[in-house]
Design a protein around this ligand. Structure first.
Ligand SMILES: [Fe+2]
Ligand SMILES: [Fe+2]
Length: 279
């Protein structure tokens, strides 16, 4: 079942936010909002979601108004989507998610079999999907349109982008170990869980909001841009796992370490850190 999406109007309670982000609004799923509400003591305040505060930290926000998002525009979005059928860009992206989910099932099977070569190929296919689907089609084609048409949806895009970077870093770390004949079970498990959650977040929250605001012209333009990306994309080849000289993963351990360090810092943003030393 699709979750309710809320439009939240807030007032930031941090004293330094008088000028820039004193008041604002954003769109969020009901369950995530409930989670943020329970993180503060007062009933009319809640913890700011990641990316909402311009300082990049957690703030206390006072709730001014809450409304279910897009109830009146839902019918229009649905009509536009149905008229395009399989050529609707969101329908296309959702279909690609299903293909990725199948590959995650394959990964689980290959891990049980300790199939190094199979994992080597499947992780390369998933990285290729992330480059084409997530970076080129979502970030480069869809997101700029969302940015212009749906200002209230803007706080969801940094979360999606952080996820994409995290997946690539995890894949690099995992594949590097595969070259040494090692299977990092914990890392792979994190990837599988996070990627499934990411797809759920897009299908049920993000695309749901976008769907209500795109007209027929937007959709055709986005679909066209995605097709172009697909035509120009050079697929990533897995290469020979044992031939470390050929692999881009073995050559730059430093770069990999930096990616993992960045990954760790990303996963702490919007977590337990509080702004300006504990406000
Ligand atoms: Fe996606
Ligand atoms: Fe994505």
């Amino acid at each position: 079942m699709t979750e309710r999406v809320l439009n939240i109007k807030y007032q930031c309670l941090h004293p330094s936010c008088q000028v820039f982000c004193k008041k604002g609004e954003f769109v969020i799923s009901e369950s995530f909002f409930n989670e943020l509400s329970t993180a503060t003591d007062d009933e009319d305040t809640f913890k700011s979601p990641p990316g909402a505060c311009r300082m990049g930290f957690s703030q206390q926000y006072r709730l001014i108004a809450v409304q279910e998002e897009g109830a009146e525009t839902e019918a229009e979005g649905e009509a536009a989507r149905e008229s395009l059928g399989a050529d609707d860009p969101l329908t296309m992206l959702k279909a690609e998610h299903q293909e990725v989910l199948k590959k995650l099932d394959t990964l689980e099977y290959q891990v049980r079999k300790r199939d190094l070569e199979g994992l080597w190929v499947t992780t390369s296919m998933i990285e290729n999907d992330i480059l084409l689907h997530s970076i080129k089609k979502e970030e480069d084609v869809l997101f700029p349109v969302v940015e212009k048409k749906i200002p209230a949806g803007a706080n969801l895009m940094p979360i999606m982008k952080e996820d994409h970077v995290e997946f690539i870093s995890i894949l690099h770390g995992f594949r590097y170990a595969l070259q040494d004949g090692e299977i990092l079970d914990g890392i792979l498990n994190t990837l599988i869980v996070n990627l499934r959650n990411h797809i759920k977040k897009e299908d049920e929250e993000f695309f749901h909001i976008v769907d209500e605001h795109l007209d027929n012209e937007d959709r055709k333009r986005i679909a066209e841009g995605m097709r172009k990306m697909e035509e120009e994309h050079v697929p990533l080849e897995p290469g020979d796992r044992k031939d470390k000289g050929l692999s881009p993963y073995s050559e730059d351990r430093k770069k990999l370490d930096a990616e993992i360090a960045a990954l760790k810092s990303i996963s702490s943003v919007g977590g337990e850190e509080m702004c300006c030393g504990g406000h």
